[in-house]
Design a protein around this ligand. Structure first.
Ligand SMILES: [Fe+2]
Length: 547
């Protein structure tokens, strides 16, 4: 096997994506996309033909998503210890495969080997551990949380010289710093890609965006096959492959989808609304997940039939609702609010009634020592966007959020569901209520004392903005709307760390008697690149179990 030396452009262009991409991307700078699509160089591990690799695990299962430098004509095999699993082809070209191993032993470090059908390694073997059994009592679990790692790579020429999203190499550098603290798992909470297909402002509202025109999707055809699949890969691949490469091969990931993962911004006008998600874009969201990052493995406490989360051929995997369960030490509930968002006025919801029931039952159960809610959009702050729990909207004249102006198309039922959820979270007598959310381009911590008429008394809920990885200059709330993320009028929120508009991430240590959160921030406008490799936490939150 040869060591990867840089990126083999000829190999990429010889592949389907490159050859057809030239035809479908016309004037688009394919050369740029090719360069951005290269995975980061790996130190100390021979990636062989692997372009990217993202695993997830439970106590008994492993699911891997893998792409290769060239199409494989026959199914490769994954060996997990003594178990052999034949790969399942996820695209029509044979570049993307998944491997799903079940009936594994809990809390076991396996050596994984990927082999071509005729034998021969596809990459060097590597270790991956299953989680401890649900009934076991591990002493420690460290999780990484971040959000908004997507976006086509922008440019950076030094402090004060940047354009677009953070270059993918810098995002990878941030994630490598996070990985240097040796987390046991990672939550990537939403917005893994930004390729919104429609325009939401100005005279062209509702029309195809520039990206939408470049992709030139046939909305009435399948996502798979012909030009649609090529366009999907050309848009999504360069936003994911170079950010992660194979860096998380031994760190299970939990990728939750949010608005942009459905190929649209969270926005509404008289012409068009992003929800309910249009059928073709739902298929794009599903296809992106199928190719690039793992769905959620089943969990004994999560119903397999939660709405909008399964698809034919996916078996018991969930697309939108996930569980991280680490013995009796920690449970993290992940929920995408976009798939089941409804528009029924006072009865509208973000998550379907069955999903809400699952969340509330898990929150009421006392079998784990720590429980975290990880929704795809934030509790505690508003950026004045449409698809938020809260009715606050920007008062253009006063430059502040207000509830005195009606927020167009906002649904009262969303806030009612918010209050039911926080009531359950705040009602945990043996655990500290904790929410770590995605979507918002900022890092922050707050203590939620009251939501409407629900008062949390001596046990406020801690709500956290985990930190964005790829945010563009225009992505930070104060640039988009001229005002930073703000506590909504509905809440009594004590801002321990008022939202900071930097790139960053959060590490959570789960210990038997407490959770310890450490938050990291890198200021692209002030700090040099090499400061990323030395980042230390700027804020620590200690959350002991009550009583
Ligand atoms: Fe989002």
């Amino acid at each position: 096997m040869s060591k990867r030396i840089g990126f083999d452009r000829r190999r990429f262009l010889a592949g389907t994506a490159g050859a057809l991409g030239t035809a479908f991307f016309g004037r688009f700078p394919l050369e740029t996309m090719v360069e951005q699509g290269a995975p980061p160089a790996v130190q100390g591990w021979d990636a062989g033909l692997v372009r990217h690799l993202l695993p997830t695990v439970s106590d008994s299962r492993i699911l891997l998503k893998v792409s290769f430098d060239r199409p494989l004509s026959a199914a490769p095999t994954l060996r997990v210890g003594t178990t052999e699993v034949v790969g399942r082809q996820n695209d029509t070209a044979g570049e993307h495969w998944q491997f799903y191993a079940a009936d594994l032993r809990p809390g076991t470090r396996y050596e994984l080997t990927l082999q071509q059908s005729g034998g021969g390694s596809l990459c060097e073997p590597w270790p991956l551990s299953t989680f401890p059994a649900p009934g076991s009592s591990p002493e420690r679990f460290r999780m990484l949380f971040f959000t908004c790692a997507g976006g086509p790579g922008g440019s950076y020429g030094g402090i004060g010289q940047r354009q677009g999203f953070l270059p993918t190499t810098i995002r990878n550098r941030l994630l490598r710093r996070a990985l240097s603290f040796k987390p046991d798992a990672a939550v990537a909470n939403g917005d893994h890609i930004y390729w919104d297909l429609h325009t939401w402002e100005g005279d062209n509202a509702g029309q195809l965006s520039a990206n939408g025109m470049r992709s030139n999707f046939d909305f009435s055809a399948s996502v798979f096959g012909a030009s649609n699949e090529v366009a999907m890969k050309a848009a999504a691949g360069p936003q994911i492959v170079p950010v992660y490469g194979s860096d998380f091969r031994s760190v299970p990931v939990f990728f939750l989808q949010d608005d942009h993962d459905h190929w649209e911004n969270d926005a509404v006008t008289d012409e068009i609304a992003s929800y309910p998600v249009p059928w073709f874009q739902l298929q794009l969201a599903r296809a992106t997940q199928q190719l690039y990052y793992p769905e959620f493995l089943p969990d004994q406490r999560r119903p397999n039939g939660l709405p909008w989360s399964g698809a034919d051929g996916r078996g018991d995997l969930s697309e939108s609702f996930g569980t991280v369960r680490y013995g009796d030490l920690a449970e993290v509930l992940l929920y995408d609010v976009r798939r089941t968002m409804s528009l029924g006025g006072p009865n509208a919801v973000f998550v379907d009634a069955e999903v809400e029931r699952w969340l509330i039952e898990c929150t009421a159960a006392t079998s784990v020592r720590h429980l975290v809610h990880a929704p795809s959009n934030p509790f505690g702050w508003s950026a004045g966007k449409w698809g938020e729990w809260y009715p606050d909207v920007l008062d253009l004249e006063r430059g502040e959020l207000t509830t005195g102006i009606e927020k167009p198309y906002w649904q009262e039922g969303w806030l009612r569901q918010h209050d039911r959820l926080v009531q359950a979270i705040g009602g945990q007598s043996e655990r500290a209520g904790l929410i770590i959310s995605g979507d918002l381009h900022a890092i922050g911590v707050g203590r939620l004392h009251r939501a409407g008429r629900v008062d949390f008394g001596t046990q406020p809920i801690t709500t956290v903005l985990g930190g964005p990885i790829g945010t563009s200059i225009r992505g930070f709330p104060s640039v988009v709307r001229g005002i930073g993320a703000t506590p909504p009028g509905h809440l009594d929120l004590e801002e321990s760390v008022a939202p900071i508009e930097d790139h960053g991430f959060t590490l959570v240590d789960f210990l038997p008697d407490r959770m310890v959160l450490r938050q990291f921030a890198w200021d692209v406008d002030v700090q040099p690149l090499d400061a990323i490799g030395r980042l230390e936490p700027f804020y620590t939150t200690d959350l002991p179990r009550p009583g």
